[in-house]
Design a binder for this molecule. Structure first.
Ligand code: F6R
Length: 259
């Protein structure tokens, strides 16, 4: 795992955008795995700004797979993750809806297996963008999730529902259920790019990066992956015991190596 503590959230967004663009330049038919939530918004805005400025690679052949989707929202709800990613990223990158996939919340019993089959048919995810929950969840794999789980129905914790209530009119409106890629699904992606910003993530980041591998901190599953990058701003890195060492390693990297 490579941990990269940076100075600011803007630096995290710029490096994440650089990494996504480098992949798409080298592999025009790249398969991107996309997280939603607040953390990647700045990265997505950076990608969109670069496209508007005319410096972005072509996304004509790129396909995208969402990490998760709420269950039980009315069709077309603006907080569904399908609507959110279209608004924040994929519409502006020119990806049509048929190249942006999600687990289907209208057919919950078959959605998990169908999504795994779609991912396999696409050849798997090249680069998976990830956020982390304040309780250490990864996608919507809450504490206690099997480290080898596949896409399936899950129940959100009260902590996650409270965290996400800011996107809804009230806590009651926040769905209790989601379809989410499993931790085993996420581990199949070829490169994991976890981004975290803000002090509210510091404890979860420290547990994921430096704590034991444990279903009690689902994001600790990154420790099993051969190519995981963790981009942090100063606040999110503030509880790491080895932050100085991670900074030294990153500062000494040759340019050609990338993430
Ligand atoms: C969203 C997702 C979640 C979020 C996490 C952090 O697709 O999978 O795991 O990444 O809840 O959310 P924010 O970024 O809003 O703090």
């Amino acid at each position: 795992m490579e941990v990269v503590p940076l100075g600011s959230a803007a630096e995290v967004a710029a490096l994440a955008a650089d990494t996504i663009e480098a992949l798409v330049r080298s592999r025009p038919a790249a398969v991107l795995g996309l997280a939603t939530g607040s953390t990647p918004v700045a990265t997505y805005a950076e990608l969109v700004a670069r496209r508007r400025a005319g410096t972005a690679p072509s996304y004509d052949e790129v396909r995208a797979f969402l990490l998760d989707e709420y269950v039980g929202l009315p069709p077309g709800h603006p907080q569904s993750y399908r609507a959110t990613i279209a608004r924040e990223l994929t519409d502006d990158l020119g990806l049509p809806p048929d190249r942006v996939h999600r687990p289907d919340p209208t057919d919950v019993p078959t959605a998990g297996a169908a999504y795994e089959a779609q991912l396999a048919e696409a050849g798997g995810v090249d680069l998976q963008v990830l956020g982390i929950g304040s309780d250490g969840h990864l996608a919507f794999n809450e504490p206690g999730s099997s480290l080898s789980s596949l896409t399936r129905l899950k129940t959100l914790t009260e902590e996650t529902r409270r965290d996400n209530a800011r996107f809804f009119n009230s806590l009651d409106e926040v769905p209790r259920h989601v379809l989410t890629q499993g931790l085993g699904t996420i581990l199949r992606a070829r490169h994991l790019l976890l981004i975290a910003t803000g002090a509210g993530k510091a404890e979860a980041v420290a547990a994921a990066v430096e704590g034991p591998l444990s279903a009690s901190c689902p994001a600790s599953v990154l420790q099993l992956h051969p190519h995981a990058s963790v981009l942090l701003d100063a606040d999110a890195a503030s509880r790491l015991a080895r932050a100085d060492h991670y900074r030294e390693v990153y500062a000494g990297k040759p340019d050609w190596q990338g993430l």
